[in-house]
Write a protein that binds this ligand. Sequence first.
Ligand code: PNW
Length: 482
Amino acid sequence: SDAFETDSKICFPKKFMFGVATAAYQIEGAWNVSAKGESIWDRYTHTHPERIFDHNTGDVAADSYHNFPRDVELMKQLGVQFYRFSISWPRILPNGLTNEVNEDGIRYYNDLLEELFRNGIMPIVTMYHWDLPQSLQDMGGWTNPIIIDYFVDYARILFEAFGDKVKVWITVNEPLSFCEDGYGGDDAPGSRSSGFEDYLCGHNVLIAHGRVYRMYQEKYVKQQKGFVGITIDFRWIEPASTSDDDQRAAEVIRQFSFGWFAHPIFSQTGDYPPIMRKRIDIISKRQHFHRSRLPVFTPEEVEIIRGSADFFGLNHYTTSLAVYSDTKITPQPSFYTDMGGILKEKPEWPKSNSTWLKVVPWGFRKALNWIKNSYNNPLVLVTENGMSLEPGLQDTRRVNYIDGYLKALHTAIVKDKCNVIGYTYWSLIDNFEWTRGFSERFGLYEVDYDSPNKTRTARLSAAYYGKIARTKCIPSSWYFVD
Ligand code: PNW
């Protein structure tokens, strides 16, 4: 193998790629420029400022819409091989539908793609990173099955407009996050219903993803020669104890939080994880529902979804402990009761600036091995990994996070033979962190939100990550990075 390890250096294979990621709503701003339509995050931050930690919005964010050449310049400085960004659906299709295409939106992403090519950076494009056109949400959004056709229509526009330039596509980012937190929790559109609308959302997302994959295979791949995948988030779930109950709870939680989306696409059999099907069916019955709250795929749908990805996009940040809980079944549906376990953490795990994110590098290796063993060692692209801190340029704790997680990744690749082809740091720059506003900073570059042009300044981690991206080796002693 071309991977090697010396006492001084830990190196990744020569072909291994390093990149950085962002998402449209989190960095672009220009929320109402030209004909752009309103997204659910525009509506949510405008009508519910109290639900955003610092009452901010993404109206301007890092203003990347007006400043993308500057962002590309930062990537050039880092020396990364690719840039993962997302396209704003309502910037392309203001009302979500194809009868009206916003030419300014097409122009914007074409300009960005051109700028990337001029600088030798490969684009990896996410079609949907949570900013649904509000007009579609008014019809029920991801809970209305008509969204499947509309998403396919949107994807067709993207393949037609950008397919000559974009060779790696990600249909959706983290369906668990936007279905569970959006339709069952506090993300936009907000205040929906856990254990019900979240499952409708997930069901339609899976079919929509499968249909887009099949369309690309039928109509575009011959000419465009690209790859289509999906990004799924997986926090490692470690049993809290060696008891059988905790061991079993951990596996059930993995299946509910990750298998929900991974099993239908990447398992041999397809469809939902059997344990999820079984538990939700039984609990729905006890709650006197006539049918299971988890919708049922037709055999045709199972086949459309099964195997519908050229690669596995993995977002991984952290680890939790699973504790078995014999929760009483209440009449009120809940994803968490369906799952029947509780998540904890070890007090000694180092903290970040996000409550949900603890620094546990060994969990990364375990997550990668679980994927390898469960889904026949698929091609994995790590599409996000990163750490939040307070503002500040001397981010040695972020450097340690990257160092620890990359070492775990390296072991997974070299020792365990996990089939991982690239790594993406989240994020290039500080950005609008959803309901946490600007309070949680993930950037390699700090954004000064008070400055009129949203000045970017390199943190210590930028120098460190740039060194890795350029050499594909983890410096043995990062104290001496320039
Ligand atoms: C990601 N977890 O969401 C999103 O894709 C990004 O848009 C976001 O900025 C980033 O994380 C940082 O928050 C996640 O619980 C949500 O493990 C939850 C988890 C991981 C990622």
